[in-house]
Design a protein around this ligand. Structure first.
Ligand code: GTP
Ligand code: MG
Length: 371
């Protein structure tokens, strides 16, 4: 049976959970925040708030119920690699640090390296595995977050030792704090004559990023991406921070993740880079990605190699979509094609309704403007 928790229902309607609990009480149902409500009860309460529980929502509820069932039947939550985003001011060395990190990848091999850009890549570093998500700009980070996607576990904040804290450094700190993602600082360009790492530490301390050696909790690494100095230490520090977070996921479940980027490829049709966050994704899996459904035809890693599976924290390019989803869209594997299609259809309907509603509103507004 499909259910929804009191908390989730409140969130979806944009009201306080306490209000939902009060409404339930009026219906003679005593409920707690995490209590599961069946569709009928949920519909009754929703009606109280002027909401109609339509087909789309019941489909969504079914998806959630299925996934909860999965979770109950699932195996153990095992440690997973951290997912890292590198941020910082223009020219402070983000790309150079990522390049230096890629060189430590034992899986890339000698000739290898990255042949394909898929928006995210996995590195097998000597200190442990980790995944980097490329967000070309801070805007992309915010956009993903505004769409409810949380993909980053740790932010590496790159600050040039000869330049110090600049506008986009502050912006990156604000974004990380808003997303409640811990920051590891890389004080870069320490090879430069006018490098002053202590100044960077002082400036960042004003934003609450107090170094461990000064009694704070923020890990600082001194790096020179150009000379390859401090890169292994940076990777070790990221792993240290990851250990504190105790990141875990159950690889035995059906896969669930987030679309990092997607586009229409000339020969291959719609392709999406998906970061798997729970479970394991395999060819043949039926899924929904945003408003589209599909069946995994092929999985390709960041080196352009075909792979047979992708577990937690692994990014893969997925082929076999019926359309191009948006970055930040949820990617969910479902039991079968019928289920995937019906959820996708329900979502498309809903999207169209929303579009129509806003379109008619706009034209009304225009009308009033003209009057
Ligand atoms: P944007 O993507 O434009 O925001 O820049 P970025 O942060 O990716 O910086 P990028 O890695 O492109 O480096 C900018 C410049 O700084 C390049 O000319 C690099 O060669 C140089 N650079 C990066 N790291 C170091 C370093 O450790 N030492 C020195 N001396 N130069 C560095
Ligand atoms: Mg760059």
């Amino acid at each position: 049976v499909a259910t929804i928790s009191v908390g989730d229902l409140a969130k979806r309607m944009g009201v306080k959970a306490s209000e939902v609990i009060a409404a339930l009480m009026r219906l003679g149902v005593l409920a707690t925040l995490n209590q599961a409500l069946d569709v009928d009860t949920a519909a009754l309460v929703a009606a109280d708030f002027g909401y109609e529980v339509e087909q789309a929502m019941t489909e969504e509820l079914e998806v959630e119920a299925l996934q909860e069932q999965e979770a109950e039947m699932g195996g153990e939550a095992l440690p997973r690699p951290p997912v890292v985003t590198v941020m910082g001011h223009v020219d402070h060395g983000k790309t150079s640090i990522l390049d230096a990190i890629r060189k430590t990848d034992v899986a890339a091999g000698e000739a290898g390296g990255i042949t394909q850009h898929i928006g995210a890549y996995h590195v097998q570093a000597p200190s442990g595995d980790l995944t980097f998500v490329d967000t070309p700009g801070h805007a992309a980070f915010t956009e993903m977050r505004s769409r409810g996607a949380k993909v980053t576990d740790i932010v590496v904040l790159v600050v040039a030792a000869d330049d110090g804290v600049m506008d986009q450094t502050k912006e990156a700190i604000a974004h990380s704090k808003a997303a409640e993602v811990p920051i590891v600082v890389a004080v870069n360009k320490i090879d430069k004559d006018n490098a002053d790492p202590d100044r960077v530490k002082r400036e960042l301390s004003d934003f609450g990023l107090i170094p461990e050696e000064w009694g704070g909790q923020t890990i600082y690494c001194l790096t020179s991406a150009k000379k390859g100095v401090g890169i292994e230490e940076l990777l070790e520090s990221i792993q240290l921070q990851a250990e504190i977070l105790e990141l875990r996921a159950d690889p035995s479940r059906k896969a669930k993740g987030t679309v990092i980027e997607a586009q229409l490829h000339k020969g291959r049709g719609p392709v999406a880079t998906v970061l798997v966050q729970e479970g394991t994704l395999r060819p043949g899996d039926h899924f929904v990605a945003g408003i589209y459904s599909g069946k995994v035809r092929m999985l390709i890693n960041e080196r352009g190699e075909q792979v047979q599976e992708a577990g937690p924290s692994i990014p893969v390019e997925v082929q076999g979509l019926s359309g191009v989803p948006q970055a930040g869209d949820e990617f969910i594997v479902l039991t079968d094609e019928k289920m995937a299609k019906s959820v996708a259809n329900a979502r498309q309907l809903k999207a169209r309704e929303t579009e129509l509603a806003s379109a008619s509103k706009v034209s009304l507004d225009n009308l009033f403007e003209k009057m």
